[in-house]
Design a protein around this ligand. Sequence first.
Ligand code: FAD
Length: 377
Amino acid sequence: MPTRKQPSKTHWGESPWAIDFTPKESPFPQSADFAIVGGGFTGLASAAWLRRLAPEKSVAVFEAGRIGAGASGRSGGMALAETAAGDLPGLGNVLAGFKEITDALAIDCDLELPGAWEIAREKGIPRSPIDWEDSGTLRVIRKVPGGTLDPGKLVAGLARAAENAGAQIFDNSPIEKIEWRSTPVIHTQSRDCVAGKILLATNALSLDLTQLASHTHPKLTLAVLTEPLAEQQLEGIGLAAGHPFYTEDLPYLWGRRRRDGSVVFGGGLVDADHSHDLRRVDARQGRARELFRSIERRVRGLHPALAEVQFTHRWGGPILFRENWRPVFARHPRSDNAIVLCAYAGHGVALSSYLGAWAAEALLEARQLPAWGDPSK
Ligand SMILES: Cc1cc2nc3c(=O)[nH]c(=O)nc-3n(C[C@H](O)[C@H](O)[C@H](O)COP(=O)(O)OP(=O)(O)OC[C@H]3O[C@@H](n4cnc5c(N)ncnc54)[C@H](O)[C@@H]3O)c2cc1C
């Protein structure tokens, strides 16, 4: 059996979000009606939703590291509408659906939806609250639906909801191989589990399992956190009211304030080495280190109120792009009993839970998959 060697620990830096949840210890299952590979927003939301809709079915989540170890615990936490490719046929209202899911699962993740600002280097609105220097003058061009949440609280809330509903979560359990029999079998290094149906929610990692290497581009994307700013500083830079922002043009810059007045700023992508395994990227050196310096320089140059700002966190996380920016949401090429859901680009905070719940309904054969999710088209 070919095995995939995985470095035990990633060097992507520490995000500022706390994930206050540890799964209960339970014996490794020999079988599960539904096996979910990946314990980020997608996998955990799907597990919670599956048990909500079908409490008689067994659901097991297998996570390679700690829950939230991928993008979900490292995200900026900007809750955005639609997909990175915009609205898509049959998608529905992502933000309203996300709120319904978190309400139904009784998750408090500090969700606030005041709207998000698209900013750009020309055509700003009169009296733009943002007026920054960054390769030109950055100003607000429009307000769109959106807001912010605490990603650590969302990861923990989804995991708790899933576990309380009866799903089992196994962390530190990387799936190394799937045997595509009529009823698939998933393998960790030492154990295996016969899975009635599988959701692969592994995002930018394990592209050999999802067979997405030729359809997608995995990258590490970077973010930094400032020290808490005084209210006057936040007013000066236009972020006092808590609208997250992202540029419409390049160089890309996105960010949001946190409740303690600190501000997350992000931008910049790092490629994996020839192994195409993002786990091998060391954010403390090379291209990532250069990019952190460049983001910090850019942030200090945005506005006089930021000239002396200090940074408390620098981190990266995996992100997966499909050529046409649409999420992948399709049956696995090897089996109709498996669904692959990923590739939200930088647009997955609300969308991942929303489509995770949809995936649960599709696994129960209660809902069709969307035509736009097929990566081969
Ligand atoms: C720095 C950063 C900032 C971002 N900011 C925003 C933002 O502000 N707004 C927004 O909308 N989106 C943002 N995104 C994107 C968003 O965070 C992701 O789209 C979303 O978290 C994806 O969730 P997921 O569960 O699909 O994937 P992930 O959270 O990456 O989860 C996949 C999980 O699968 C596990 N896994 C992988 N392989 C295996 C295996 N073989 N066996 C078992 N487990 C495995 C991983 O360890 C990981 O925990 C950001 C992403 C990054 C990296």
